[in-house]
Write a protein that binds this ligand. Structure first.
Ligand code: COA
Length: 320
């Protein structure tokens, strides 16, 4: 049996912040941001948290799937911005859904979190251990941005995306995953400093640091390569893929990836224009957008692919 997606959902904070809104509080412009990144607005959490967004997206995905929360065997939450370190996000989701029979754990793989989570879900389904799994990617990245660093904060937003998975005859066909820990410092955020009776450290920069151009080049080089790897291994041609659901980091990067694959942009659905980069939530959010607008037909072949902190990357080919 394979992991098949049977429902999708997403949730965004109420506050919408446009590029012009940002230009009022920092030295930037709508022209600079939209030309370089494609981002026009992002949603930022004010009254919401990672948990409330995750639970809202999860409820919508269960409703879309026609699956009762009591049927869930496992909940996987992918996040780098939980509301608390402990207890963790997936426990909040489990409690919020009253899915008390489900096991729950978090995965911390940055923007590749959803890709890693779906490959783990597929492995559980293939092993026969679990049949019905909820995956939620949820972030409030605004909490770890330096709002005085215009080169990074303009890119990111808050939100959540969720998918419900069931064991079926068709589903995830193959995944590839990769990590380059040596290149990790290109995109990072320090944890709380060591504090104990024997050491005292100041938390000097509790925000995301990013070498933008390095990450850009890495993504545009690595993503087409790993997509070709999954497709070649299964003898599936790039033309057979109905949609490429790519991590929403920068519209220009998605265009460069499409070009390298020799595929038209209308096969690359996006939400980055409205949401910015929402890390682990971005792939399930785009998927929800095309699912709810009736663009997906059962049997369509899809590719999911992305990259992010770690540095990490991954791709999956699946049957919808
Ligand atoms: N508004 C106006 N000007 C800005 C700006 C902003 N928000 N941010 C940076 N600039 C300025 C810089 O100060 C620099 O000015 P200078 O030439 O006078 O020094 C100039 O714009 C160019 O900066 P640079 O950093 O070279 O821009 P870039 O073309 O590399 O674009 C990114 C920056 C971040 C948009 C781009 O590198 C990128 O998207 N990288 C990938 C990042 C990413 O996706 N990370 C997440 C991965 S999961």
């Amino acid at each position: 049996m394979l992991a098949r997606i049977v429902g999708t959902g997403m949730a965004l904070p109420e506050l919408v912040v446009s590029n012009d809104d940002l230009a009022k509080i920092m030295d930037t412009s709508d022209e600079w941001i939209s030309e370089r990144t494609g981002v026009r607005t992002r949603h930022l959490a004010v009254n919401e948290g990672t948990s409330s967004l995750a639970i809202e997206a999860a409820k919508k995905a269960l409703d879309n799937a026609g699956v009762d929360a009591h049927e869930l065997d496992l909940i996987i939450a992918a996040t780098v911005t939980p509301d608390r370190l402990l207890p963790f996000l997936s426990g909040d989701i489990q409690a919020g859904l009253d899915a008390m029979q489900a096991a729950a754990f978090d995965m911390v793989v940055g923007c590749s979190g959803y890709l890693y989570a779906i490959s783990v879900a597929n492995a559980y389904v293939q092993s026969g251990m679990y049949k019905t799994i909820l995956i939620v990617g949820a972030e409030t990245l605004s909490r770890i941005m330096n709002w005085e660093d215009r080169s990074s904060c303009i890119l990111f937003g808050d939100g959540a995306g969720a998918t419900v998975i069931k064991a079926d005859e068709v589903g995830v066909i193959r995944s590839v995953l990769g990590t380059d820990g040596k290149a990790g410092p290109a995109l990072g955020c320090e944890a709380r400093p060591l504090q104990n009776p024997y050491v005292h450290n100041e938390w000097d920069y509790p925000y995301v640091r990013m070498a933008g151009q390095e990450v850009y080049k890495f993504a545009v080089r690595t993503v087409p390569k790993c997509i070709n790897e999954v497709l070649d291994a299964e003898g599936i041609s790039a033309d057979e893929i109905r949609y490429y659901v790519i991590h929403q980091a920068n519209l220009r990067m998605i265009e460069a990836i499409a070009k390298r694959l020799g595929q038209p942009m209308d096969k690359f659905p996006t939400c980055i224009e409205e949401t910015g980069n929402v890390s682990a939530a971005s792939i399930p959010m785009v998927l929800d957008k095309i699912n709810r607008t009736g663009k997906l037909k059962r049997g369509d072949k899809l590719v999911f692919a992305g990259f992010g902190a770690g540095l990490t990357w991954g791709a999956s080919v699946l049957t919808w």
